[in-house]
Design a protein around this ligand. Structure first.
Ligand code: PMP
Length: 428
């Protein structure tokens, strides 16, 4: 593959954009080499500035559940744009997407739209703190909830990739209010609750983690967290920015039958436009301005283009009875195919999979938390990543990310991917 134009564009970008990118993981820092500059995308494929075609397993980091340039979304955005792109006034479109989202997700009455997953999680914990009148929060090492200060304490995703889990710029004061637990380890949460009696406002968790690779919760873990929150007057927040409208129409709450007090959304809910949202029962949501005292706002929140895209996306997901099964079957097919190749080549690996999320860690032991995820061999991952890229398969440029399976993938695409793994495995 030739990356001539991408290389030139990256060079140019670095002169005017820090590191040449507007979000760090895009820079390929963990794997080396030049980031690919996208030119266009359609269905399961993304095309770069050099004319290369890739089968895409990143899918804009999750939103493209139904494939790139999904016609109902594209049409909705074009139509909407003709009638004005922003008003700073309420629109009927906002009612429609809110009604649909509330009907799809269990256990929520009201939802507020923002512009990113970061904003959703940041606003959710402010509301949780205001509502409970307590200040501390518990998060899990390796979980990523966006880049707001309170969450940049042993965060996953790019914050791990770059080895700066505690970013400069986050104050000691903020850091001391974020308590760290271990994913899938209930005892670690119990200890924090005992050591901070009546001080914890909320426990926030990715109910299926996707920012240290894909790590599903152990059997009973979410249920036990729910119980701990109930008995200690703590709000349970599910960060479903990755999993919402993906692992089930109603997210992990529906999939596992465990209900959170608050839920955060992003990615799929915007159909590829900048959208986040947070939701809860009325009692909690009405504690927000203008009805309640907790302030939260946004000039472009509920933006008509973003809402049109999100509404078209949610409608398509809601109407498609077979979607979740198809996604799961495709992901399973890929899992089985890759596992067979890696086994035959005697490579140490762990594949975690749930629904349409999957990841490969190059280590033998089970990956259940951040510590075990970090045991993966990064040199092997780098070779794997570049080998796959050269064969036209675009996976996330870090082992601390989930792959996202889209319904646009055909079984031929999956076979092509498995065949690429077969070739690359010989170099590992
Ligand atoms: N929460 C989770 C679980 C995420 O995966 C992400 C982004 N990868 C975020 C929050 C932050 O979302 P955004 O990048 O839209 O700010």
């Amino acid at each position: 593959m030739m990356y001539k134009r991408s290389s030139a564009l990256f060079k140019e970008a670095q002169t005017v954009i820090p590191g040449g990118v507007n979000s760090p993981v895009r820079a390929f820092k963990a794997v080396g080499g030049t980031p690919i500059f996208a030119k266009s995308a359609k269905g399961a494929y993304v095309y770069d500035e050099d004319g290369n075609r890739y089968i895409d397993y990143i899918n804009s980091w999750g939103p493209m559940l139904l494939g790139h340039a999904f016609p109902p979304v594209v049409d909705a955005v074009i139509e909407r744009a003709k009638a004005g792109t922003s008003f700073g006034m309420p629109t009927e479109l906002e009612n429609k997407i809110a009604e649909l989202a509330v009907s799809m997700v269990p256990n929520i009455d009201k939802i507020r739209f923002v512009n990113s997953g970061t904003e959703a999680c940041m606003s959710a914990i402010r509301l949780a703190r205001g509502f409970t009148k307590k200040e501390k929060i518990v998060k899990f090492a390796g979980c990523y909830h966006g880049h707001s200060d309170a969450f940049l304490i042993e965060a996953g995703s790019g914050a791990v990739t770059f080895g700066t889990p505690n970013s400069p710029g986050v104050t000691q004061g903020t850091a001391k209010d974020t308590l760290l637990a271990t994913y899938n380890d209930l005892g670690s949460v119990e200890k924090l609750i005992t050591a901070n009696p009546n001080e914890i406002a909320a426990i926030i968790i990715e109910p299926v983690a996707g920012n240290m690779g894909c790590i599903p919760p152990k059997e009973g873990f979410l249920e036990a967290l729910r119980h701990l929150c109930d008995t200690n007057d703590i709000l349970l927040i599910f960060d479903e920015v990755m999993t919402g409208f993906r692992l089930a129409k109603g997210g992990v709450q529906e999939l596992k039958g465990v209900y959170a007090d608050m839920v955060c959304f992003g990615k799929v809910i915007g159909g590829g436009l900048p959208v986040g949202a947070f939701a809860a029962r009325s009692e909690i949501m009405d504690y927000l301005a203008p009805t309640g005292p907790v302030y939260q706002a946004g000039t472009l929140s509920g933006n008509p283009l973003a809402m049109a895209a999100g509404l078209a996306m949610l409608k398509a997901i809601n109407a498609d009875k077979g979607l979740m099964n198809r996604l799961e079957e495709k992901t399973k097919y890929l899992h089985v195919g890759m596992a067979d190749v890696l086994d035959r080549n005697n490579i140490d690996y762990t594949i975690n999979r749930i629904g349409s999320m999957i990841s490969v860690h190059f280590c033998k032991d089970k990956v259940v938390d951040f510590k075990s995820a970090a045991k993966g061999n990064n040199d092997t991952f780098k070779t794997f990543f570049h080998g796959m890229l050269n064969k036209g398969i675009y996976i996330a440029p870090s082992a601390f990310e989930s792959w996202f399976i889209t319904d646009a993938l055909s079984y031929q695409d999956l076979n092509e991917t498995i065949a690429a793994v077969e070739q690359v495995a010989k170099e590992l």
